[in-house]
Write a protein that binds this ligand. Structure first.
Ligand SMILES: Cc1cc2nc3c(=O)[nH]c(=O)nc-3n(C[C@H](O)[C@H](O)[C@H](O)COP(=O)(O)O)c2cc1C
Length: 374
């Protein structure tokens, strides 16, 4: 089954199923000398972990990461870093009723058509449980980025049509505080919008239904010129990274689809030079990326999530034999996947930026001179 590798120089390979004994990731290419222990990874795992609030599934995994290789005395050695996350709450029996039925909106049908084998226990590799491995890797990437004061912060921009106040969406300056995001049960920095979103989610749960939303990611501290050309543009890499997360149906950078309604004179981000002749832009419609490379402005990306496919409301479907069936999905499912997906988005962005940072180091001869010229 191809598809579990990501990145070029900061390369990850993930493995494991939702209801197997464990899942994990091997990170290859993390430079030696980075201070790294499980304590750096645990806060990220906790943000993704089920059962964090009444709006996330009650499945209770401790999601404790174990670093199996690649560090010595709490510092990376340059060797592959293997991180294992054991599954402790599989409960396969919850899924036995749907073993032969294709859940609408889920990946059962396409996996079965492709492989002819279906791991019905929670969806196997199509289960969002695989995102635990991405988050572990993204936490390591975040630690690397912190060395250079680069930080990605993701938050819930909207749940259905309930959106955070415009002040949190300023494209020129990150006004989102991590503490405000983390104290919200739905990871919205705007507590008033968060309360409205929670009430809306309660209603969806009562209706046995689900809803979608948008996660927004701000990246600060980036120098200009990060990212590559043609197929490896930074915006293309970010779009692919975010789109690879289950339930994402749209990704935008900067002003996104609304650029189609703009004009050149409004959309162009004008340049100016400060007193020290450093070049900046007066606006940031481009979301911090121009020609596939960072401009030095804050990077802004958004990912739109569809409603959680598994709902308790009765739906029409068919089984493997093509016989019509009704399905009402029992068990532990969120009225929206958005809050748990916030840290997944942040970690995917961390991985893309860490990879771009390493790649960029070889872009100029003078960088190589700094390392090798004696
Ligand atoms: C963090 C996260 C949690 C998710 N939790 C659930 C869930 O509890 N139930 C469910 O049906 N889908 C859940 N999903 C979405 C499915 O994994 C996804 O919709 C499904 O695999 C089909 O893939 P697609 O929507 O990308 O086409 C979750 C997705 C993410 C990112």
């Amino acid at each position: 089954m191809p598809g579990s590798n990501f990145g070029t120089l900061f390369h990850i390979s993930t493995f494991g199923e939702s209801h197997g004994p464990a899942l994990g990731v091997v990170i290859d290419g993390c430079p030696a000398g980075l201070a790294l222990t499980e304590e750096d990874i645990i806060p990220y795992m906790n943000r993704r972990r089920p059962g964090q609030s009444q709006y996330t599934t009650a499945r209770s995994e401790s999601d404790t990461p174990e670093i199996l290789s690649g560090t010595f005395n709490g510092v990376t050695t340059g060797a592959p870093i293997a991180i294992l996350i054991r599954n402790t709450d599989q409960r396969s029996k919850d899924y036995s009723e749907i073993a032969d039925i294709f859940r609408p909106g889920h990946a059962d049908f396409t996996f079965f058509e492709k492989y002819g084998i279906r791991d019905y226990r929670g969806g196997g590799r199509s289960s969002a449980r695989e995102t635990a491995a991405r988050v572990a890797a993204g936490a390591v990437a975040a630690k690397l980025l912190r060395e250079f004061n680069i930080e990605a912060i993701a938050f819930t921009k909207s749940i259905s049509d309930i959106t955070v106040d415009d002040k949190f969406l300023d494209p020129m300056e990150n006004r989102v505080r991590r503490d405000d995001v983390l104290k919200s049960p739905v990871f919205m920095p705007d507590s008033a919008a968060g309360e409205r979103a929670c009430a809306f989610l309660d209603k969806k749960r009562e209706e046995l239904d689900s809803t979608g939303g948008v996660v927004r990611i701000h990246v600060t501290g980036l120098p200009a010129g990060l990212g590559d050309t043609v197929f490896e543009k930074l915006d293309a890499r970010l779009a692919g990274a975010l789109m690879s997360i289950g339930a994402v149906k749209g990704v935008t950078i900067g002003d996104g689809f609304s650029v189609s309604l703009s004009t050149g004179s409004l959309d162009n981000d004008s340049f100016y030079a400060d007193d020290d002749l450093n070049i900046h832009t007066t606006s940031n419609h481009g979301g911090g990326i121009l020609g596939g490379m960072s401009t030095g402005c804050m990077i802004i990306a958004e990912a739109a999530f569809k409603p959680t496919p598994s709902i308790a409301k009765e739906q029409e479907t068919v089984d493997k034999a093509g016989i019509s069936r009704k399905i009402s999905i029992k068990g532990r499912h969120d009225p929206t996947v958005v809050p748990r997906a916030v840290v997944v988005c942040e970690c995917m962005v961390n991985l893309v930026i860490a990879d771009a940072l390493l790649t960029n180091a070889t872009a100029r001869l003078d960088n190589l001179h700094k390392i090798y010229r004696r």
